[in-house]
Design a protein around this ligand. Sequence first.
Ligand code: ATP
Ligand code: MG
Length: 775
Amino acid sequence: MAVRPSPYLDELNPAQRDAVERLDGPVLMLAGAGTGKTKALTTRIAHLLNTARARPNEILSVTFTNKAAREMKERVGRLLGQPAEGMPWLGTFHSICVKLLRRHAELVDLKSNFTILDTDDQLRLLKQLVQAANIDDKRWPARMLLGIIDDWKNRALTPDKVPAADAGAYDSKGIELYAQYQTRLRELNAVDFGDLLLHMVTIFQGHQDVLEQYQRWFRYILVDEYQDTNIAQYLWLRLLAGGHKNICCVGDDDQSIYGWRGAEVGNILRFEKDFPGAYVVRLEQNYRSTPHILAAASNVIRGNENRLGKELWTEAEEGHKVNLIGHWDGEEEARWIGEEIDAMQGGTRGIRPMNLDEIAILVRASHQMRAFEDRFLTIGLPYKVIGGPRFYERMEIRDAMAYFRLVVSPEDDLAFERIVNTPKRGLGDKAQQTIQMTARENGVSLVEGARIAVDNVLIKGKGGKALRELIDGLARWNAMTRGPRIEVDDDSVIDDGSLMRFGAPEHTHIELAQIILDESGYTAHWQNDKTPEAPGRLENLKELVNQLDNFENLQGFLEHVSLVMDNEQDSDGAKVSIMTLHAAKGLEFPAVFLPGWEDGLFPSQRSMDESGLKGLEEERRLAYVGITRAEEVCTISFAANRRVFGQWQNSMPSRFIDELPEDHVEVLTPPGLYGGGQPAAGIETRAAEANVYNSPGWRRMQARQGQYGMSQPRESRNTVIDATAVASFTLGERVFHQKFGYGAVVGIEGDKVEVEFDKAGTKKVVSRFLTNKDD
Ligand code: ATP
Ligand code: MG
């Protein structure tokens, strides 16, 4: 057969090329971020195909996410100059194992049409078992058992293999319950996620013939992100590669960030022992980032004791230093980043003009996303959240908002329908139909209809009682939006009389929001929910309440949300990406924002409280992953204050900021607009407490106090929301609208202004959403 040209090899450096051309035998590529590991791995697949060493279905290649798998397939196609057809075994561990397990399910007493349980199902099942075993699930929550079992599965331990040392787990009943759980799963013809690998390892270990069949079939094995494999995945790979040993693994010990999910960085360090004579390639040239970015990342990761240690270099032009900027609070941080991104599209501060899809924001915790989403929706900056729904589309946020809507406007029937039986109040379809009918017959809102139905005992029993409580609650909360009625002479009433007849409410709207969520039983609903998602949902609810501080009342907040949510994001077109640091692994972007670098947030509080360095070192690796995603511009920021339940909490800049090398960092001044210049008092206090005045970071901060100072809250932080006075506009005046941009006034009608917008056409808008732009 004629040798086909392989032009793709010319794109590689000698070390990469070596790793690609050495097709047989074990190969380990152990190298830092951006050195072209994934590129080499992809090229290797292309080369295997191009040289006819293997057919597409004889190559097993494992990536970490489905997104990564899709990208790899595309890249192979590009290298070969034709679409990569039929690579059935290119995917994640789980997607590959599902396929294999369906073929051999009977070997572990399952049928091939087994179902895969999600975490909710898993927990329900475990709860039943825990109850049957008479275990006090207050002391021993089923969720805890779930964690223990997952951990055993990650370590490839079937119930009979759990070591004696673990016998005390879960009130000494852990192992027994694990065995029962596995039995139940079999009865249900079901598996959980961990089983997919565990069963395959069991099958390979117990059935030599099956194993050998696949050892022959998968002639070449390739694994990306090897540092994040767990023991079960490792064993599975080792078994499959055991015959021909044509296995190529690539990874970076400095990027091991899934230890909390059972990943063992030891797997990568053990490779040479497992596969004696392995060819080890070390790549040192980084092709992704500028020298400044690389230096910053290298300096941070140097703080870890447990690492192999490798140096990276680059030929790239020096480029921009890593930006560092402090903000007054999280909202200011989001506001600044929004404005910065806006400016970046046209080119700013020497940075070339960038498209939105060249820009990413990487957060440590997903609740940080809210501030950005909110801000971007307000200013109409297109964005996408990778790996999760947008904040206001989350179930718990929609539920909470429905309560708020109903309190503010009791006629909001849609909101009522959403929450009437959330949390469960024992109101089934029939009861809800009764409410609907009663409301229709009387020509009133659903809330009113419900009241009539309850008064006339049309809905009885537990449901009726719960409904009565809800209706009473809604009336009570509604009354709490106002203060006591004040008797006034008619002539003291200006403009809108209704507002003037009430004193200040007893509770702030932030307190009221909390009262609504608590008294309605909604908070408890999630507190009692033991699914792994529940804590995140509670965090999101907290974040929602936090955010109210930006508004004068619930009404203002609801208006804001409907305004921003109405701001439809067109589906095509470039968008800024928002995602967690964990989800960003393996990706790269020309410009990266890394917000929230504060002790307690990043590194996380939990990692700081932990004894030993393990957690903290994993956080530092996460910082390394974050910085090394950036190609040209990397901007790190922190806020001096974050609001928790409407209360200010001071925060210290992250200890990782101290680890950034001064020569490669440029401290940005928040623009005058932000009233920069003065350091936030909060930081000083905390700094004194923590005695950090001698830390290099603090000294640096002092030395540059003038520039480094945190932004102060703006005079009118929420021009959109709390501009109270109705501004007067004149015909022809230039104005700016948060959603529609710039335009000219063409008509005025009370508090509504007709504007001919430059881009959005002619629209009638409420005047307080407009600002004058003539000056
Ligand atoms: P990470 O550890 O973050 O996963 P990686 O080692 O997998 O990084 P890649 O994503 O493969 O790195 O490559 C980083 C960037 O460098 C990519 O844009 C890639 O196209 C480019 N690159 C890799 N090798 C070369 C090379 N030899 N010449 C030019 N560019 C290269
Ligand atoms: Mg990679």
